[in-house]
Design a protein around this ligand. Sequence first.
Ligand code: GAP
Length: 470
Amino acid sequence: MSAPNIETIVSLAKRRGFVFPSSEIYGGLGSAWDYGPLGVELCNNVKQAWWRWMVHERDDMEGIDSSIILNRQVWRYSGHEETFSDPLVDCKECNTRLRADKLELRETPDGPQAACPHCGSTKLTEPRPFNLMFRTTIGAAAEEDDPAALAYLRPETAQGIFINFNNVLTTMRRKIPFGIAQIGKSFRNEVTPGNFIFRTREFEQMEMEYFVRPGEDETVHQDWIDYCHNWFLGLGIGADNLRLYEQPQEELAHYAKRTVDIHYRFFPEREEEERQWDELMGIANRTDFDLKAHSKKPEDAEGKRLNPDSTEDLSYFDEATKERFYPFVIEPAAGVNRTVLAVLMDAYTEKVNDKGEKRVILKLHSELAPIKAAILPLAKNKPEIVGMAKAIKRSLQPLMRAVYDDTGGIGKLYARQDEIGTPFCVTVDHQSLEDEAVTVRDRDTWEQERVKVADLREHLQSRLQVACHI
Ligand code: GAP
């Protein structure tokens, strides 16, 4: 099973310290969320798993970490200043601002018409483009409206990669095909954010730009689609809750030749099957659009430079064939926050114990689990037991995230760890003082086995590794 809806995860996330509404003590800030002690561990584990899979385990990959605020020209030549907008409409009845392309149609005597989801009115203004980039000004003396000081918070991490293409190529002595990966925050002034961490104005992306010879792009694109799909399966997400979605021509971004999205079933409660899915990741063939757009060389028919502001040419010289060309780019782009939401929803299960009580178990892949082992003393008023449990916790913590907890009876402590996805609970009891052994309890099966304290590190490590097959 998986979570019946996002609301179930919102409540679990808040109750157990994964995600809190941001600025809550001041009434909150629409669709902004803070990651709590468990949420930050989960996010870090998602990012580490992606980085290991994308960068460390391949031979053709480098990583970078570029600035969030870039020279404004980057966004001019990437096309974002001109085209990175959503169509905006206002409801004339209740004044709500809405995204015109996300409205549902309602039957009216004049045929189907877009309707306001808040008051149901079909009286809407004409759509107008609304640029999604957050604006800011640079420098202490800058006036609010000084165009020379205008800058943007990046709406994607990708452009920081394109403008560093030559730097990485030459310093790392790379030849195509190769890729550059980056993880970092992006910002979009979304018209209608919502659905918890699914759509927010500040979010985190895991993007990679893979540079290939034109002509080889289509095959490589297909390979990356399959490869990324398998990554999500490897994270433990159920195949039935993932699908590939071929973007139709009219949905493609200005730079894309073909884009396939990986969708997750974020809205299982919706009756209409088609409306249950939304984007987890996009895998685009960006052609040579970006490298060309940021290059000083290309000229129009009259010999005028298309980009008079760039100081570099980002074309590639192939030593073997003595050809110069602009590489094509295949871009797998995923959201950290949407991946976190998908793994939480997919891991959610309920089980009834022998007393007939419902228990929530978060069957997270152990590589993603925020805490790997919880060390629990059976009697918190017995100093020898407490001392032994704390010593075990300390011996484990250089290797894995381990916690000590004595704030309840053992049944309650197990239930709490199940609900936050901890793969193993280690219980220290009276017997432990005599036989130097502890009970290791498995989150998913609730089976228990006795393990010698001396063997515990190795035992847990090997069981965690067996489960970590991504
Ligand atoms: N460089 C290409 C690019 O940015 P995108 O499809 O707009 O493509 C990639 O974004 C991924 O970033 C999405 O698949 C999604 O997971 C995540 N994402 C985009 N906008 C988001 C938002 N407002 N809130 C949370 N995640 C978002």
